[in-house]
Ligand binder design. Structure first.
Ligand SMILES: [Zn+2]
Ligand SMILES: [Zn+2]
Length: 314
């Protein structure tokens, strides 16, 4: 369908029986922030959103996993704060560039005593996660002292590999970006979602590099149901921005096809990219994909939309 980007309006094509369709799917993913670099509100970005990176993934049992804490996490936090249940979540941070942490001080559950948040991320050089958060909330930058936060916080420093909790696996893979940056994959029986908002697939040099790195990434994403991937630039723009740590729309498509990903959502939209631009680019890239006979399903990540990840039947 021309310009169709509302994934929640698209019936599952995964062969669900009617009875299964009534049960919650194994995973549901909601983008609370899709923008890269800096919030970009305004009439030209209203459809796909102006908040920076934040993805919520919920399991069938309603466990909440949050990926990144850009300004989008403020809106999610307000939702969680309305819930009569205490907030008990795992937050996985890809890296500590502003657009991935700026919402943390404004995350309402931090100010509730019955909140428990486990924060997972890579240490940045000598800096542990708590030191980074304290720095972000230092008095020069923010009026509420870190020490007064009511929530219980714990910190898990990742070095790659996988983390398990109640039948859920979250795996981390280091990607090509300035700073020690992870991409994440969350998996449960029958469904998986991957989130890689900042990753320069081609060009520049990084501590992780080369064919072995790419093959490792393809393995990491093998048969993933839904991938949210960095697609910040067009091929025409890329030569000017090589080394900034980001990919093009077509590079993200090539990765998704190499890995056999089922649905790819373009993510980390450039601040100046309008809704009209994104729709036009989606149409162009989709036409190319269809011309090649690829079965990859494409979309543009849109703030506030819930993506249902139905159980695979094969
Ligand atoms: Zn970013
Ligand atoms: Zn970044």
């Amino acid at each position: 369908m021309h310009g169709d980007v509302n994934p929640s309006a698209v019936p599952s094509a995964k062969g669900n029986t009617p009875s299964r369709a009534e049960a919650p799917p194994p995973l549901r993913a909601t983008c609370w922030g899709t923008r890269g670099s800096i919030p970009s509100p305004g009439p030209t970005t209203a459809r796909f959103g102006g908040n920076t990176s934040c993805l919520e993934v919920r399991t069938r049992e309603d466990r909440c996993y949050i990926f990144d804490a850009g300004t989008g996490i403020r809106v999610l936090g307000n939702r969680l704060a309305q819930n009569p249940q205490p907030t008990d979540v795992d937050l996985f941070v890809t890296h500590f560039h502003w657009d991935h942490i700026q919402g943390i001080p404004f995350f309402a559950p931090l100010h509730a005593e019955d909140t428990y948040i486990r924060i997972h991320a890579a240490r940045q050089g000598d800096l542990d996660i708590e030191t980074l958060l304290k720095g972000q909330m230092g008095p020069v930058y923010f009026p509420v002292p870190y020490a007064t936060l009511a929530a219980r916080l714990s910190f898990e420093h990742l070095t790659g590999g996988a983390w398990h909790d109640n039948g859920i696996e979250v795996a981390a893979y280091r990607v090509r970006h300035p700073a020690h940056t992870y991409g994440y994959r969350i998996r449960t029986t029958g469904a998986s979602v991957a989130y890689i908002p900042d990753n320069e697939l081609v060009g520049a040099r990084y501590p992780v590099d080369g064919p072995a790195w790419y093959e490792g990434l393809v393995d990491f994403l093998a048969d993933v149901d839904v991938l949210f991937h960095d697609a910040m630039f067009t091929d025409e723009e890329y030569p000017e921005v090589e080394g900034w740590g980001h990919s093009t729309f077509n590079q993200a498509v090539a990765l998704a096809e190499d890995a056999g990903v089922k649905r790819l959502f373009f993510f980390h939209h450039a601040p100046e990219r309008t809704d009209a631009d994104l729709l036009r680019i989606l149409d162009e890239v989709r036409a190319d994909v269809e011309r090649r006979g690829s079965t990859l399903d494409l979309g543009v990540a849109a703030e506030g939309e819930e993506v249902m990840v139905q159980e695979r039947t094969s």
